[in-house]
Design a protein around this ligand. Structure first.
Ligand code: HEC
Length: 148
């Protein structure tokens, strides 16, 4: 009985996931990834201000935002889908033809922001600063290649 229920549940979940990816509209994928990057900027900006001394360094706030940034870095990749490069987007179509390079850039971003979140736990700006610069480099590297 329990086993049957489990099988039923798994089937239902699989079906839902299938439908979700099959029915996603291009504009929804574009809005989603742009929204995620807006949130990335929302947190990355204040981090940069603290690193550069434009605002006072607050270890707790820095750590909170760095953790959110690391979580956000996991989110945009799945929305770069075929058919989502022609309208109202700054994403270049070569993301599809240079997929491995794009994915590597996304992984660099994820790793660098995870390392920034770890460095933030020290509360020491001297070890945070290089981790922040490394993360900023991953933004630029990808934008230079894949953003209009
Ligand atoms: C692996 C590639 C990649 C990485 C890494 C990356 N971006 Fe982007 N970003 C893009 C692409 C592609 C777009 C254009 C998305 C679109 O218009 O569909 C974009 C768009 C944006 C936007 C504009 C969002 C909007 O439409 O208003 C901002 C802001 C942004 N990125 C900030 C950042 C910051 C800050 C980082 C690093 C902390 C970063 N990105 C890292 C690829 C990347």
């Amino acid at each position: 009985m329990k086993k049957m229920l489990l099988i039923g549940l798994t089937a239902a979940l699989t079906a839902t996931a299938g439908i979700a990816s099959a029915q996603v509209k291009p504009f929804e994928a574009i809005e989603y990834r742009q929204g995620v990057f807006k949130a990335v900027k929302w947190h990355f900006g204040p981090l940069g201000d603290m690193v550069k001394g434009k605002t006072e360094f607050n270890a707790e706030e820095f750590s909170r935002r760095a953790n959110l940034l690391a979580a956000l870095s996991q989110m945009p990749g799945e929305a770069f889908l075929p058919g989502t490069y022609d309208k109202k987007t700054a994403a270049l179509p070569k993301i599809e033809t240079e997929r491995a390079k794009f994915d590597a850039g996304m992984q660099d971003f994820q790793q660098a922001t995870a390392e920034l979140a770890t460095a933030a736990q020290s509360g020491d700006l001297n070890s945070i600063r290089p981790a922040f610069m490394a993360a900023a480099k991953t933004c630029k590297a990808c934008h230079d290649n894949f953003r209009d």
